[in-house]
Structure formats: structure tokens, C-alpha cells
Design a protein. Sequence first.
Length: 486
Amino acid sequence: MPQALPEWLSPEDVGHLQRLMGSWGMLADLCFADLLLLVPTSEEDPSVFRIVGQMRPTTNPTLYREDMLGRTYEETDRPLVARSWQLGAIVEGEMQQVGAERARVQCIPVRHGGRMLAVLTRESAPTVGRRQGELEAVYVDTFDRFARMIVNGEFPFDTAEDSAAAEAPRVGDGVVLVDGRGRIEYASPNAVSALHRMGVHSNVAGARLDELGLEVTSTERALQTAMPVTEEVERRPDLIVVIRVIPLLEEGRPSGAVALMRDVTDLRRRDRLLISKDATIREVHHRVKNNLQTISSLLRLQGRRLGSDEGRTALQEAERRIRSIALVHEILSRDPGDQVAFGEIVRSLVHMAEDAAASFDRPVAIQVSGDPGEVPADVATPLAVVMAELLQNAVEHAFVDGSDPGAEARRVALDFANDGSELRVTVIDNGVGLPEGFDVARTTSLGLSLVRDLVTGQLQGEIGMAGTDGTRVSLRVPLPEPQKIG
Ligand SMILES: Nc1ncnc2c1ncn2[C@@H]1O[C@H](COP(=O)(O)OP(=O)(O)O)[C@@H](O)[C@H]1O
Ligand SMILES: [Mg+2]
């Protein structure tokens, strides 16, 4: 936000001006006027002033539709600013701007640590702020108190507190003005409504916020510490109000405070809804995982009872496929992003295949090289099913009696290369090789038909299989750009 600030300002000076600009939305609203912040381009020769900040009021139309940042003025263009700088005091007057109507201008020197840093101007059409009603009178009077604090170097406060937070209450949300003992001098209509919602129906004038049955300690703390305090007050059944209290100082001592209050119930309700949605999604993932586990153990139990070898094998295969899907599901649900690191899935699939090899009494250590990198979540599941089938085939069919090179020499190797737009995978074994005349495009056996259809259909990729001198399967899978949500 801040325009390049002149170099002569120290980092502390810059911090002070930035804090001022961080909280000056409130000031503009209180005085119903545009605020500009001007800094001389040179400290020794303060004859040219540059606009380094601009704030429009939300309580009144702006005087400046255009962006004023970066404009510079000679002393003679803006004599009031120059005079205010020279005197180190508030200067008021009128200004005729080329092509614009006359404007009322108040120039407020900005001091910090006894030094002058800038001039804050408050500019409005001449009719603005001519005390129309109580609210206007109180707001403008409050602004004047802030203006004196700015001149004295007492505002903004030297705290890192983030008053520009998105939910920080604004003047339009509701203003309560209290005196030096915390007694309410004025409450704006919106503040009265907020207090009503909090269950306060009596006339609030003269009372302290903590006497109204509200557990509000922020006014007291702000008056005691002479520092702004923000607190969130919760009222049953479900009302949440943020109160920000800014003490008004006179010669360093709080002579009162401004409390801005905002009903954030709807905001908080939305936050809570989001959190509970998250929890629901996690719960659903959990149930899906449990259900998949239940299905796979049902198949296992049923398979054990079957007399026919064929039936038993079929159920074992089905159980294995479900287990590999459950595994991918678990990994996907743990990290519910658009992209998933496929390496972790590969590690688990390799484990499963090694276990299967051991159960055939033909143990094999499967080697993995290259990095599969990240793949979109909807590529991960079909690809994992494909990998599981290929690994299973290698450990199941490659090393059959007669052409088994022996435990030490069995080799199954996986290799990955991911260039961001395409993933290449090879699965190689040094076993018996594929049957004579095998053609992956025409095979009708279940496992490889699944593999082929997933790769060429769902994944829009290519598959090649060569079966002399062991078996070599190569896949090319295009990786679509992750879909951006929102
Ligand atoms: N890595 C391999 N080494 C040797 N033969 C293989 C290999 N992969 C597949 N095969 C052969 O291809 C056939 C079809 O495989 P697949 O469709 O997975 O069915 P299944 O594994 O149920 O037999 C297998 O029965 C096997 O003869
Ligand atoms: Mg198979």
C-alpha cells in the first residue's frame, strides 16, 4: 500500500507511518473526509511534498475519485501543508483545486519520537461535517482528539497489533465512546443494536460496559494500559461480538476511549461450518476405508471355504485388487490435495507384491528407480491398480519352474520418469517371458485386459509389452494439469 517512502525516513519512522495507515480507515470514517499522507521529499529542504498514502471515507462520498499516490506538490501548490510542517501544528483552511470544487483542508503534523515525519491532511467538501446531528458531532469531535494525539506522537500506538485484520470492526459497525472512567458517553445506533442483541435493553448512557451484564474487560484494560485492546465476547445462545477499544490520550493519560464493535456471529458460524465439513469428509474417508477392508476380508473368508481351485483363486485375486484400491484410498484421504506423491503408493504396492512372492515360495526383492513424482489424484487410483496387476504378474508368472534363475538372480525392476506432463513407467523381470504370439491389444485374460483398458481408456495412455528375454512392460501416461478449484 505505501508509495515508495522518501529515503530520509528511518525504518522506525516508516513503521510509524505504516501503522498510521494501517488504522486510518477508522479516522477517515470518523471525520467523513478523505485523508492524504504527505511526506517532504527531503528533510533538510522540505519544499516538495509527496503523497504516500490515501484513504477514502466509507461514511461519505470521496473528494478524490482518482488515485493520488505518488503526486508531488511544491510549497506554493499546497501552502497549508507547508505551513503546518513549519509550525509543527494543526493548520486549517480552504483550498481551490484546479478542476475541482473548493475543499476544506485540515493539516495535521505527524510526529514520532519528537520528530516530524509527515503531514496528514483531512479534505472534504465545505459542507461536510457541519454538525448535522449528534452522531456526526461526536465522530468529528473524536477525530479531533485523535488528531491531537497524532501531533503529540501518541497515535498510532507502538504495538504490532494488527488492526487491519479483515474482521477488525469498523466505524460503520458500531461505535461506543466512553469517558476516562469507562462510562458510556455515546453509543451509535449500530452499537445500540449490537448491545440489544447481546441482551442489553436498558439505556446505556452513563453505564460501564462491564456493568451491563456483559463480560467485557477490554475497556478497563485499554484505559489502564493506555494501549488498544481487542476482545471477542460470546453471548449465549450464539452471538459473538468483536470489540476493539482504542484509548484516547491527553498528555499521555487516557481521557476516554473509542470502542468499535462488530457482530461476527455469521462469520464465526461459517468458520465452524467449514471445520465441521472437514471433519465430515475425514469421517467419510474413514468409513470408506473400513468398508473396503470389510469387503476384502469377506472375500478372503469366502475364498477359504471354496472347494474349487479356480473359484478360490478368483476370490483371492478379487481380494487383492480391493486391497490395492483400499491402500490408494487411504493415502489419498490422508492428504486430500489435487496432487499426490505417487512414490508412497508405489512403496506399498511393492510390499504387497513381495509378500505375494514370498507366499509362492519364490521371494523376490523388487527394485525401484527414478521418481514417480506427483500425479493428479484421479490418475493415482487407476495407475495403482495397473501397477498392482503388473507386479503381481511378475512375481506370479515370471519365475516358474524350469526357467527360474534362482533366488539370488530373480529380478523385478520398476523405473519411473515424470517430466510434469507425462509419466513413463517400465516394469521389467528376467523370468520366462510372455507366451508365444502374445499381444496385449488382443489378450482376453482378466488381469491384462484390465491393465490395457485402464491405461488406454481411463488414463488415455499407451502400453507396450515385450516378452523375449524376460518381460518388459512400458507405460506412458499423460498427466493432465491439476484442476484448480475456485
Ligand atoms: N511378467 C510375466 N511373465 C511371464 N508371463 C506373464 C507375465 N505377465 C503375464 N504373463 C502371462 O500372461 C497371462 C495373462 O496375465 P493376466 O491377464 O494377468 O492373467 P492372470 O495373471 O490371471 O493369469 C498370464 O497367465 C501369464 O501367462
Ligand atoms: Mg495377472
